[in-house]
Write a protein that binds this ligand. Sequence first.
Ligand SMILES: [Zn+2]
Length: 410
Amino acid sequence: MTSATAPRARVPGPAVGRESRATQSSLREANLALVAATVCASAEPLSRADVAGRTSMTRSTVSRLVDDLVGGGVLDELEPGVVTGRGRPATPLVPGAGIAALGLQVDAGFLAARVLDLRGRVVAGRVVDGAFVGSDPTVVLPLLAALADEVLADLAPGIRLVGAGLALPGLVSPSGTALLVAPNLGWADLEAGHLPVVGGMVPRVGNEADLAARTVAEVAPGRPGPLADFVYLSGEVGIGGSLVLDGRGMPGRHGWAGEIGHVPVDPDGPACPCGSTGCLERYVGRAALLTAAGLPPTASGRDLADAARAGEPSAVSAVARAAWALGVVLAGVVNVLDIPAVVLGGHLAQVADLLRPDLEEHLRTRSLSARWVAPTVTSAGEDPAAGASGAALRELSEVLAHPADWAGAA
Ligand SMILES: [Zn+2]
């Protein structure tokens, strides 16, 4: 649109044509992304008029863009059901159900594969328990591939898989093509060639906590969650961490920020597989916490919560010690980053209600700014494989960032 009125003086004709076409093409791509994002961000279906109103584009422009997005499967039109003020039936627009992505996860205690569609629904998925601490990736990854194949076989016909992601509890390469190290799995230096091909794709790897945090920041592809700024802790054998500001992850220079589990609570504390001593995860990782509570390693966070509520002295003191260790480290995070909201995932979510009073008190005591904005602690919910969902969400975000790749020709 704007290119038609761009000044053309002193520029030779053919170059203008190329430039103009390029500008129109990029403008169309940006507008397609805006329309797709507007529909996906809404909790309720929108009409074309709604989209025009929210994007300040004309009805006719929106209609052309919507036609392209519907043609490409990025958006679906539902049956007209709502009558507008002018008496014309409005056709509700929703994210496309035919576009989906595969999310995979290897955890110390389970493997997961699930498929999410653009509406954020899990349309197929399985989680299988296992023991993968100190495991061999050449044994485990084929198991994961087989699980993924089973899940993909469950998919309804006509669903287009646009990407695959793999959540791993460790550091990944900035490009997402390799795992650098996952201390608790005992894995290191896994290149793309080691990764399984699933659904014809090599999955893009990502840090489990970063991907799980996505499920808090984004309740469905492109739809923001209730919290935009928070520190996420993922509780498993290890403790993963992620930092989110304005709904976006703060990955750091190399994507390695948020390793809160390896911040020392006490430098004289127990040895950690990462090579350091006294790391937070040696205090509040699942095994450490259960051992301190006198529970077997096969117990769950819920078992710990039950024991603590029943007044078992060892369980009560384990929870109190965990709140202290978390408070020491997270107050440092709040002081440095000014993000006074903590979200607990994994087994920590199962004991979040018990941790909250003491942990919030520790945070208030140790955070300089607490008098003005008191730090809060909430539970992420108890999805055992949030990392797998986050991996799928990340792939689907690519569709929303570049819907022109799926939409019909200009
Ligand atoms: Zn460590």
